[in-house]
Design a binder for this molecule. Structure first.
Ligand code: GLC
Ligand code: MG
Length: 590
């Protein structure tokens, strides 16, 4: 929780900005302060993958003017905050996660003017923009790296350089056994400097050395640069990899795979989640908080990416001493822990687990998909799309939607080897690329049934459009009486209700296949979400769970549901089709 001193400090400085007298804020000022500091706590953050969202200039690659031209779409949908995967200058070995200039826009995406225009339009529409910040590594084409190779003064230690050993037979052996996340040694030989550099991802992503204060300073400057250009915060990439053991100790074998190239070969006790990483994020939190309190506009926030054990993630919210880190670490349980085989109890267990472990006073979040993982409709099944959106939207806290999941877009797994561009998939080779590749979840947004799904006027797009776009597209779903999109939209509207913002969370496992939860403000309003996670029709008596006497009305039902919004339900006989979800209004019997 925010220390009281800090809350007051923030309140006072915000007060100064809005011209407050020392007497304390008036009602109106209190409201403004609340909006400033708490805007993010019930947001749905929509992830844009810029390369695949909308192409404005016909080169087959999405770009910033394309995104700007679609901002109205967010407004219409009810989305008020977006986060964008990297848009900075990059050789695109890892599609922007290899940055060669942190303060300029990738030319195929546009210019700084285009960026400013995007922010201006977003402001006009009340949409906040979060940028992706990639601190762990730069591109090997960043001028810093060239200077570091050349041992130019001030840059010698910008990256993690080590000698390794030269065997008598002339073989060079890396400094230790560390593996890259994408496979193989994490050390890459550089002939010119005559040393190995550390790279936890691809060869083109040398790890920056955060034990060098000049690197921290350069990154602080980067954050300030984008803050000054009007962003509402940052999604921070790969935070668990920022520091490694200073003594470079070998990692123990995990025993889970016999493939020595696999990342899973080792137990990552020296390359993941090192203590110093928390301190760095706490420092950035301070930087953002200071910026927010001395400038107008919303609290600038941080959300962090890290696939880590729960206890480690919780320390990002706030460490054992109560020092604050990012506003929230992404919760990937719907991606990593739950899948099509999960039972109702598994869902309730993982949801509860996050809420139980989360330090008091913090905000939960639920990430349904992203550019590194198979899409919801492909992971859980196409029939589950509405139920999963109902789930995400009615749980307490923040939802995170990956573009296209409001339509139920599917992975396009049948991308050919020739069309494959994701680096780890290319490295895996023709026999293994298919299930490793992240291209399937990155195909262009399906706007309409026009050529290239309305994404681009080019003959060829950077990744093929999913061939199902003729049926599965936004325009169809806008025109249809019922659609995933319309359900998504109605859920966003529903989120304005206090019960979904502040209501208590009361879950129940109704049977192996069905779970439910109430969101309740006692004596005022209660909503109920019921979800069937299996391929079986259910007849349920939920009187025990809902505490009669109550009246039940359907608020949101799925595309293929036999139920309709407004329908009255009998709690003794609720029928749920396979994978059906329902959001229901409970009201006291008059
Ligand atoms: C993160 C990104 C992923 C990228 C990696 C290296 O995991 O989400 O796309 O490949 O970091 O930057
Ligand atoms: Mg373009």
């Amino acid at each position: 929780m925010m220390g009281l001193g800090k809350v007051i400090a923030l309140a006072v400085s915000v007060g100064l900005v809005v011209g407050l007298a020392a007497a304390g804020p008036s009602k109106k000022e209190q409201k403004e302060l609340d909006a400033k500091n708490n805007w993010w706590k019930n947001e749905v953050f929509y992830q844009i993958y810029p390369r695949s969202f909308q192409d404005s200039d016909g080169d087959g690659i999405g770009d910033l003017p394309g995104i700007t031209s679609k901002l109205e779409y967010f407004k219409e949908t009810g989305i008020t905050a977006v986060w964008m995967s990297p848009i900075f200058e990059s050789p695109m070995v890892d599609f922007g996660y290899d940055i060669s200039n942190y303060t300029n826009i990738q030319p195929e995406y546009g210019t700084l003017e285009d960026f400013d225009a995007l922010i201006a339009k977003a402001n006009e529409l009340g949409i906040k923009v979060i940028l992706d910040f990639v601190p762990n590594h730069s591109s090997n084409k960043h001028p810093w790296f060239a200077k570091s190779i050349a041992r130019e003064a001030g840059y010698e230690d910008f990256y993690v350089w080590e000698n390794g050993t030269l065997l008598e037979n002339g073989t060079r052996v890396p400094p230790n056994n560390w593996r890259s996340v994408f496979s193989g040694s994490a050390w890459e030989w550089n002939e010119e400097r005559g040393q190995f550099y550390l790279r936890q991802f691809t060869y083109a992503q040398p790890d920056l050395n955060y034990r060098n204060p000049a690197v921290v300073q350069a990154m602080d400057d980067t954050l300030l640069y984008w803050l000054n250009r009007g962003v509402a915060g940052f999604r921070i990439d790969a935070v668990i990899y920022i520091y490694e053991d200073e003594q470079l100790r070998d990692e123990p074998l995990s025993g889970t795979t016999s493939d020595p190239n696999s990342f899973d070969y080792l137990e990552h006790i020296y390359t993941k989640n090192q203590k110093e990483g928390y301190t760095l994020l706490q420092h950035w939190r301070q930087l953002l908080d200071n910026y927010s309190s001395s400038n107008e506009g919303p609290l600038r926030i941080m959300m962090t990416e890290g696939y880590a054990p729960l206890a480690d993630l919780m320390d990002y919210y706030e460490d054992a001493q109560g020092v604050l880190g990012p506003e929230f670490p992404f919760n990937f349980d719907f991606i990593g822990e739950l899948n099509a085989d999960s039972l109702a109890a598994d869902f309730v267990f993982y949801i509860q687990r996050w809420l139980i472990y989360m330090p008091h006073g913090h905000v939960a979040n639920w990430v349904m998909g992203n550019h590194d993982n198979s899409r919801v409709a492909s992971r859980f099944g196409a029939q589950t799309v509405d139920a999963m959106n109902m789930l995400m939207m009615t749980l307490p806290g923040i939802g995170v939607t990956y573009y296209g999941e409001e339509l139920g877009m599917l992975d396009y797994r049948d991308i050919s080897w020739e069309q494959t561009v994701d680096q780890p998939a290319c490295d895996a080779g023709i026999d293994n690329y298919k299930w490793i590749s992240r291209d399937p979840e990155r195909t262009p947004m399906q706007w309409s049934d026009e050529p290239n799904a309305g994404f681009s006027s080019s003959d060829q797009t950077w990744l093929p459009v999913h061939p199902n776009y003729k049926e599965l597209n936004l325009r169809n779903q806008q025109q249809a009486e019922r659609s995933h999109y319309k359900i998504y939209q109605s859920l966003l509207k529903l989120r304005k209700q206090e019960a979904l913002k502040k209501g208590a969370f009361i879950p129940g496992v109704l049977n192996r296949r069905v779970f439910a939860f109430k969101r309740e403000i006692q004596g005022q309003n209660t909503l109920l979400t019921i979800i069937n996670v299996k391929n079986q029709t259910e007849q349920l008596d939920i009187t025990d769970f809902i505490d009669l006497p109550n009246r039940l009305h359907v608020l949101v039902a799925g595309v293929d549901s036999a139920h309709t919004a407004g329908e009255r339900l009998n709690p003794q006989e609720i029928s749920l089709a396979p994978y059906e979800g329902l959001v229901i209004q409970l009201s006291k019997r008059k």
